[in-house]
Every structure is written in structure tokens, then in C-alpha cells.
Ligand binder design. Sequence first.
Ligand code: SF4
Length: 431
Amino acid sequence: MGMPPNTLDLPVARQGCDAALDRIRAKVESGERLSIEDGLTLYETPDLWSVCEMADLVRRRMHADVAWYNVNRHLNYTNICALSCNFCAFARKRGDEGAYEHTIEDVRNEARSAAESGATEMHVVGGLHPWHSFDFYTEMLRAIREEAPSIHIKAFTAVEIVHLARISKRGRDGADGIRTVLTELREAGLGSLPGGGAEVFDDRVHDEAFKGKIRGDAWMDVHRIAHELGIHTNATMLYGHIEGREERVRHMEILRGQQDAALQDWADSEGIDTTQGVVLTGPDELYKGNRMPTVETCERGYYQTCIPLPFIPDDSDLEHLYGPSGLENLRTVAIGRLMLDNIPHMKAFWIMQTLPLSQLMLQMGGADDIDGTVVWYDITKVEGCGTHQETTVSDLHRTIREAGLRPMERDTLYRPVLRNGAEWTVDKAIQ
Ligand code: SF4
């Protein structure tokens, strides 16, 4: 017996499309910004495949067949933290089993090893250590800079920056202290900020899951000031714990609004119509110059990539929760790609999404980046794996190629990298 006839005269993959998505599809195709209601519809529709199809359309407009990865090294310099966020399985108090704090000499050795292995980036974050002085942090950056002059240092989440502004007693007020601390960290070697610690921008969720940590407005202040100083940053969203889907969509809208401000001058110079914000995801004819900002074309800092992070309950105070499913992870990355129309990159962070699911996100979920080789990562450990969480460049290549995409190594600022073993340079020819 053959296949039943396709009575709707549609491609088989489109059968079962949710009509509620038609209006959203029209917006995506024409490059119109999606609303919060659209974001909620994308979450509620049973037609996940159409959501992915739209995200993939946008992703291909922005990145064609390229999928980015990097050769990096994560360093968690301490897990001792003054706070005790409910969802956190990483933090320890001094004297607790498993508590650690690296010395400057440890950091120096790690930087040397990273440089020798050809890493282009060190990603440095840790707990809010109760006794380190501000000088420890500038000394740590200088040690990395001395041992690995060409490595980009991406370091300190916004909560760490606020902590450093407090302990350093810099500045006349909160904003001035943050500005001064960021300036001094940059002088010591800081290249950019990672996007951690954003969690979900909602006061109810904050008070239930990470009370004591900075609220969303303080997180945004750090990134706004960094952007004003020309420092690039990333943005995360930790989802799948006690927040709802609407809170996720609102989180995305807040990020999108801040990115509009960061990109306004660049968009004006490119002749991009900004009446509905700076939309980078539309069809080619909307863009007269560059579709996307680069570190060469945009003087201000901006969000380079969004990294949706699924909550992993193991060993946290919220261990009774399930955490998000694979399909919810795929849907969230795809919706992120569609809603965050002014953030150039969408990352499937393989450490938390797993490599197989990240591959699916690259192929059909709107992701264009899979992060890097990582090596050491202590913040979360999927399915009980240890701190050593490393993958190889050939594994990343295979993952990307099997998804039908072309692997492209990048540096932290998304410039293509030319590599010969451990030697590398930024490939200016194809920027
Ligand atoms: S999430 Fe960050 S601030 Fe909160 S306890 Fe963990 S390490 Fe500390």
C-alpha cells in the first residue's frame, strides 16, 4: 500500500500547520518585529516544526550555511560564594566539601596551557568570593595577559561586576562605580563580558529563586554601561525552573529593547529603517549596507549572542523540579531566534544543551553557534559528568557538518579565525 494522497496539496512537512501561525509567518517573511503575544503563540502552538522552520529561515538569512564555534578555555577561579541562590549547584562556603579557590599562580598556569593549546579565548567566571580584594581580580587579568597576550579574556558576569564595584568602593554612586571598575578591568586585560547571571528578568522569579542576587535592572545597568564603554557582551536566559513562558518572552523583549539602543547609531549609519526597532532578520532587500553589526562597524558595545540556558536541577535546592524537556529546549532556542531579531547570534551551548540536541538546534532550531572546546566547566554538570567537560574541534566539525552546515572557527568577537595547529590569526579577508 502506498502513501495516502496529500489532499491538502501542500508539501508533507507543512501539513498540520497551525493557522494561528499564519500571521506570524507573514511577519517573519517580511521582516516585521514580533510582539509578546506572537512569542506566546509560538510557545503555545502544537506545531513546533513550523516554529523551527521560521527560525531556520531567519538563521539562514543571517548566517547562510555557516555555524560558528571557537577554541576556548573556561576557568572558574573559585566556587566560594557569599550568596546562596536556590537554583545554584555550583556555590560552596569556605570549608565545605568541594570548595576551592585558585591562586594567581594557578590562573597563570591555566592561561599558559590555554595559549599552548591554541585557545583564542579564556572565559573566566566564579562565585562572589567574600574576602578577595579588587586587586585580586586585576592581578588575575594581568597574569592571563602576561602568559597569553593574544587570548581574548571574556570575564565576570554582571553580578560579579556589581560585587567588584562594592568591594572596590570605586565611584560616587552605583553606576559610576560600575563604570570605573569596568574601565580598570579593561586596562588590566578584560576584553568582553559573558552573559551569565541574567536568569529571568522578573521580580517574582528573582525573589523565589535567587533572592540576594542582583535584580534584572541592575544586570541591565552593567551591560548598558559596558556597551557605552564599547565593551561587547552576551546575554543568557536561565529557563525551565519556576518561571512561566510569558516571563521568558518578556525577558526576551527587555533584551531586545536594550539592544535597540545599543545599535541605534550603527543602524542610522547603515540606513536601516528603525521605526520598529533595529531588525536584522528580514529579507535581503531591507538592508542597503551591512545586515549585521561587527566590531569594526559598530563603535558601541552590543549584545553579540543570546544563550538560552536550560535549568539543570541536579544538586540544587530546586532538585524537585524536572527542568525543561528536549522539545522545550528546541522551542525556546527557536523562539529566541525569532523574538531577538536584533541580536546577531543565537548559541546552542552544548555543555548544557548536550551535543546531540545542539546539533538539532543548529540544523533546524535557529542556532548558529555551538560554543567551543571548553575543557573545564564547573557551573553545571549534565548527567553527573565531572568538571572536565571537553570536546575536540573534530567533534565540533562533525556535529556541524552532519547538520548540513559549514563549520567556521571564530574568535570571541565573531571574527573568522585562520588556524595552523596552535597558531592562529583573525582572518581579515572574510570579515
Ligand atoms: S548563582 Fe552565582 S551568585 Fe548565586 S550562589 Fe551561585 S555562584 Fe553565587
